[in-house]
Design a binder for this molecule. Structure first.
Ligand SMILES: [Zn+2]
Length: 446
């Protein structure tokens, strides 16, 4: 979704850095009334305003804008390092170097491939995780060369989520150069396996038993600045394989046909799925990929498909999943009944994806602070539901939020994806303000 940030936001930061704090408060209170019920409680609004006029934080915010050209160069550089699912290591290596250059105290790669930069806080009693995902949806061999037309950058993965990684780096660099010390430790993370069959493996590893388990998670993924994801959209995914003996289309005619079984199964699934998704909590289904067979004149020995189901509600998700599994068996059974010769078909249902859903209480400090820091830039925040890395902590009841990457862009997950550098530094400034609010301002590092 395109964003239309108010020009006053960058003016605000300039005002703050020139020390006109009284004027800043005046500008803030002139912001149009927010009509949504999703307005931060007064204490969080005051906290955000106090941080805006804090000289060290204000100088970090100014640096975030000053580093815009550097951020654009890093975006192009990282976008041109391919990061297909399960093959993020090349991009991860460069991201690790950039974390060190930007000012992390130490940088390491965990056993799953997540690249982590630690910036120590004064007490470090709590740990705030702040990340974007390293992987893109695009397979190995995709041309990831960046093409620039004016201020528009075309390349697969440029927005989702390479720009998210750049926001993470930019916040770290601005905090370091402005010598802002936080109370809590902050982990700046490039997360692996967010997309597709990655199935949130990076986050599942971070939050496993014995994992780092940050106390709060802030993710940069998604577009507009106003959209604050505090609810996880759950999904289950299957790869279903229908397998049989196969044979010649004429000579072995009457052999059970996996493609015919699969077609029946999809039909029976859709009959029920349509009913289930027409009312109640929003639920979706999609047969995304199908394949199999050897030639037009062969009965396939195998046909397969990959299917995605999502729902706002765990109960609805489990209902549509049950309907799906029943339909797969029914399609197989009926094709086996029609068979005139040979062995029966077998159906193998592999559950290849399981993204947990959940919702957080909007009164949690990180959600309140996300609303307050967004409002501080004159933008109305709306709590939203999506499937992102934050699903993992959200399902565990751990405070988490996913914020937009800023700028303008579209065509995510398509080869013609583009991103426009339109006041994109606002996303860095907003994220920086939230990270400092959540981690606590300890003081300028002397
Ligand atoms: Zn993404």
């Amino acid at each position: 979704m395109p964003i239309t940030p108010r020009p006053s936001a960058s003016a605000l930061v300039r005002l703050i850095t020139s020390g006109s704090s009284a004027l800043v408060i005046a500008v803030l209170s002139c912001a149009p009334a927010v009509v949504s019920a999703q307005v931060a409680a007064a204490e969080y609004t005051e906290e955000a305003q106090a941080l805006l006029v804090n000289p060290a934080v204000a100088s970090a915010l100014q640096l975030a804008e000053d580093h815009d050209d550097w951020a654009l160069e890093r975006l192009i550089e990282l976008t041109e390092i391919p990061a297909p699912p399960f093959m993020e290591s090349l991009r991860g290596e460069r991201f690790a170097e950039l974390l060190l250059e930007a000012g992390a105290d130490s940088v390491w790669t965990d056993a799953e491939g997540n690249v982590i930069g630690l910036r120590r806080g004064r007490t470090g009693d709590r740990t705030i995780g702040f990340g974007g995902h390293l992987d893109t949806v695009f397979p190995e061999g995709t041309d990831v060369t960046v093409r620039q037309v004016g201020d528009t950058i075309f390349a697969p993965g440029v927005g989702d989520d390479t720009r998210g990684l750049v926001v993470v780096l930019s916040v770290l660099r601005a905090l370091k150069e402005a010598a802002v010390e936080t109370v809590d430790d902050v982990l700046f993370v490039g997360v692996v396996g967010e997309e597709g069959l990655g199935d949130l493996r990076g986050m599942k590893y971070l939050y496993r038993d014995g994992g780092l388990q940050p106390d709060v998670w802030i993710e940069i993924d998604g577009g507009g600045l106003g959209r604050l994801v505090s609810m996880g959209l759950g999904s289950v995914r299957y790869r279903v394989t229908f397998a049989g003996p196969g044979g010649h289309s004429w000579g072995a005619f009457g052999t059970a046909n996996p493609a015919h079984a699969m077609s029946r199964a999809v039909r029976y699934f859709q009959d029920v799925a349509e009913e289930l998704t027409r009312s109640g909590p929003k639920t979706s289904y999609n047969v995304g990929r199908i394949g199999g067979g050897t030639s037009v004149n062969s009965v396939p020995f195998e046909s397969w498909m990959e299917v995605d189901m999502r729902s706002e509600s765990p109960a609805s998700l489990s209902r549509i999943e049950d309907a799906f599994l029943t339909a797969m068996d029914r399609g197989t059974l009926e094709e086996n009944d029609l068979r005139r010769e040979g062995e029966a078909l077998e159906v193998i249902k592999d559950r290849i994806g399981d993204r947990p859903s959940g919702e957080l209480d909007p009164s949690l400090p990180v959600i309140q602070r996300a609303l307050a820091t967004t409002a501080a830039f004159g933008i109305e925040g709306t709590l939203a539901r999506s499937s992102t890395d934050s699903n993992v902590p959200i399902a565990l009841g751990i405070p988490a939020i996913t914020l937009g990457r800023g700028g303008d862009g579209s065509n995510g997950h398509a080869p013609n994806e583009f991103w426009v550098n339109r006041e994109a530094y606002l996303a860095v400034q907003r994220a920086l303000l939230l990270v400092v609010a959540e981690a606590g301002f300890a003081g300028p590092i002397s």
